[in-house]
Design a protein around this ligand. Structure first.
Ligand SMILES: Cc1cc2nc3c(=O)[nH]c(=O)nc-3n(C[C@H](O)[C@H](O)[C@H](O)COP(=O)(O)O)c2cc1C
Length: 210
């Protein structure tokens, strides 16, 4: 049985640099310890899908950096240190826990959410995973909702973020708090743009972000 492992996929941008996007590929239960294959499920409309169709390779990263996740979803551009991949033309995020270089083996592009079965061709072991934290998990969940803003609308996504706020209030450190504020700001901006009111409107992400 497959399960979804949330992480960040890097592909080659048009200028050859690193393009990063949160993605949740399927992993085979039996490969929990050391995945040797992944099934990526990028929407055809995503840049990642376009890059993978062109190059057929990328790098999947396991990370505990929920602030990076939120920045990517909120469209906040910050330099992310990367190094060249070893076995494919691509990029590895320096600050990650594990990275899996992959090559797409078979592709089903018949549906809007493509199914790209990929073989892991090189593994990087990075720094240790920090550990469980409810606020970080809430940021991951919130980021998924925010990535669906065009589908769900600002008001609904704002409500979903508010439902996650308890975990932030009780367990967040600075990075989790900053990450959540970024998500809230993205929803507020979308709320202003589409003219609807959002419970998130008015929230601000103007604290210094570590
Ligand atoms: C935790 C997480 C997992 C995600 N998994 C996927 C996924 O499997 N497929 C997908 O198309 N989008 C997924 N998304 C949404 C994309 O990250 C989002 O649409 C992003 O803007 C795509 O970027 P790109 O167009 O630059 O590739 C996920 C978002 C989050 C926060």
């Amino acid at each position: 049985m497959p399960l979804v492992l949330e992480g960040i996929v890097s592909t080659r941008a048009d200028d050859g640099g690193a393009h990063l996007a949160p993605m949740g590929p399927w992993i085979d239960e039996a490969q929990r310890g050391r995945p040797t294959s992944l099934v990526l499920l990028p929407f055809a409309t995503s840049r990642t899908a376009v890059h993978l169709a062109r190059d057929g390779v990328g790098v999947f990263h396991v990370t505990d950096d929920c602030l990076l996740l939120a920045r990517l979803i909120a469209g906040v551009e910050v330099p992310v240190p990367v190094r060249p991949a070893v076995a494919v033309e691509g990029w590895v995020i320096e600050d990650c826990c594990r990275a899996f270089e992959f090559r797409v083996a078979t592709a089903d592009r018949a549906t809007p959410r493509q199914q790209l079965a990929a073989t892991v061709v090189h593994v990087h072991e990075g720094r240790p995973f920090f550990g469980w934290n409810r606020a970080a998990a809430a940021v991951v969940e919130g980021a998924v909702h925010v990535s669906r803003l065009p589908l769900l609308g600002a008001a609904e996504v704002g409500r979903r973020l508010e439902a996650l706020r308890t975990a932030i209030d009780k367990t967040a450190g600075e990075r989790e708090r900053a990450a959540f504020a970024l998500l809230v700001s993205a929803v507020a901006a979308a709320g202003y743009a589409d003219g609807s009111s959002s419970p998130a409107a008015g929230a601000r992400a103007d604290r210094p972000i570590p």
